[in-house]
Design a binder for this molecule. Structure first.
Ligand code: ADP
Ligand code: ZN
Length: 302
C-alpha cells in the first residue's frame, strides 16, 4: 500500500526546512528557507509549498516550530507563536497563515514534540507508547509522547526550564533570562560557554564545567522519569552529540539520583537502552513535521 503524502515545515530559530514526504524512505522534496523576520519567512515558506502544489498533492500540513506556542484550540491566539524572546516573532500566526496558504488541515506542535513522534514512528522509540525526546543544544527542549500522542494542553511542556536541586557547592547563578538557574540556564550550550568563558568546542572532555552539566541534565531526566513514566528517553542535541563522554556519566547520575525508587531497578538494569541516542539525526525535525501531518488526518484536526 502506498503511504499518503504529507507536507511539513520545521520552523527553526535560524532556518526552516520544508518537506514533501510520506516517510524517511519517500522524501520527494526538501527546501531551506532562512528564518529572518516573520513576514519574509512565512512568505518564503508559502512560496515553496505553492511551488510544490501541496494543496492538491498532500493530505495535510504538519508544522514543528520553535516556541512558545499556543496549542489550546479554544484560545483566541491558537496556532500562534506567543511571547517569544525572538525579536519580532511574538504573535505570529503560523498555523493560520500556512493553513490558509495551502488549504490543508494543519497540525502544529513544538519542533521537539514532532521529533519525538518521528522517532516513535521511524527511529529509536519504535514500538513504545510513552517516551521523551530531549535535546541539549542552543536551548534545552523536551518533547513528550504519552500513549502515542504529544502532551499538550495549556500550551505545551517546557521541561527544559524545570528548576532542579543544585549540585552541592555550586552557586553559579545560571543564564536563563526568566529563571536564572533552571536546567537550560545551567546546561544549554550558551550557559556552558558563559560559565567557561570560551566556545564549547574548545573545551576538553575532562573539563570541570561538564560536572555541572551532567548533574543538571541528570536532574532533568530524574524529573521526566517521575512525571511522565517514559519507557525510554532519547538524548540528543549538539552538546551530548559532540561530547559523547557525557552520556554514560548522565546515565550513572540518573540511576544514582533515582535512589532505587519505583521503576529505578528496571531502568538501572537497562540504562544504556533507557537513555539512548536518537536515530533520525538532522531528519528528526523535518520528519517530525510529517509525523504531525499524519496525526492531523488521524485525529481530524483542521
Ligand atoms: P540547535 O540547538 O540550535 O539546534 P545544536 O543542537 O547543534 O543546535 O547545538 C548547538 C550548541 O551546541 C551550541 O550552543 C554550542 O554551545 C554547543 N556545541 C557546539 N560544539 C560543541 C562541542 N564541541 N562541545 C559541546 N558543545 C558544543
Ligand atoms: Zn529557564
Amino acid at each position: 500500500m502506498t503511504e499518503p503524502l504529507y507536507a511539513g515545515v520545521e520552523l527553526g530559530g535560524t532556518k526552516c526546512i520544508c518537506i514533501l514526504a510520506s516517510g524517511p524512505d519517500q522524501v520527494l522534496a526538501t527546501a531551506k528557507v532562512d528564518t529572518t523576520d516573520p513576514e519574509t519567512t512565512m512568505a518564503g515558506i508559502a512560496a515553496v509549498l505553492a511551488e510544490w502544489n501541496v494543496g492538491t498533492r498532500a493530505q495535510a500540513l504538519g508544522i514543528g516550530s520553535f516556541g512558545p506556542l499556543e496549542l489550546d484550540p479554544t484560545a483566541p491566539d491558537y496556532g500562534r507563536i506567543v511571547r517569544t524572546p525572538k525579536p519580532g516573532w511574538s504573535d505570529t500566526d503560523v498555523a493560520g497563515r500556512l493553513g490558509a496558504a495551502t488549504g490543508l488541515p494543519v497540525m502544529l506542535d513544538t519542533d521537539v514534540a514532532g521529533a519525538a513522534l518521528a522517532e516513535a514512528r521511524w527511529g529509536a522509540a519504535q514500538g513504545l507508547s510513552t517516551h521523551a525526546y530531549v535535546t541539549v543544544g542552543t536551548g534545552i527542549g523536551v518533547g513528550i509522547v504519552a500513549g502515542g500522542q504529544t502532551v499538550r494542553g495549556l500550551g505545551h511542556p517546557e521541561a527544559g526550564h524545570l528548576r532542579i536541586a543544585r549540585m552541592p557547592g555550586d552557586n553559579w547563578p545560571g543564564n536563563c533570562p526568566y529563571h536564572g538557574d533552571c536546567v537550560e540556564g545551567l546546561a544549554a550550550g550558551p550557559a556552558i560557554e558563559a560559565r567557561a568563558g570560551c566556545h564549547a568546542a574548545t573545551l576538553g572532555p575532562d573539563d570541570a564545567v561538564w560536572t555541572g552539566v551532567v548533574h543538571a541534565v541528570a536532574m532533568l531526566l530524574h524529573n521526566i522519569v517521575l512525571t511522565t513514566a517514559p519507557q525510554r528517553i532519547l538524548l540528543g542535541g549538539g552538546v551530548p552529540t559532540k561530547q559523547p563522554q557525557l552520556i554514560p556519566q548522565i546515565r550513572t547520575a540518573l540511576v544514582e539520583s533515582l535512589g532505587g525508587y519505583a521503576q529505578a531497578g528496571r531502568i538501572a538494569d537497562d540504562i544504556a537502552q533507557f537513555v539512548a541516542a536518537p536515530a533520525l539525526g538532522d531528519m528528526a525535525g523535518p520528519l517530525g513535521a510529517i509525523a504531525l501531518a499524519a496525526l492531523a488526518i488521524r485525529d481530524g484536526v483542521a
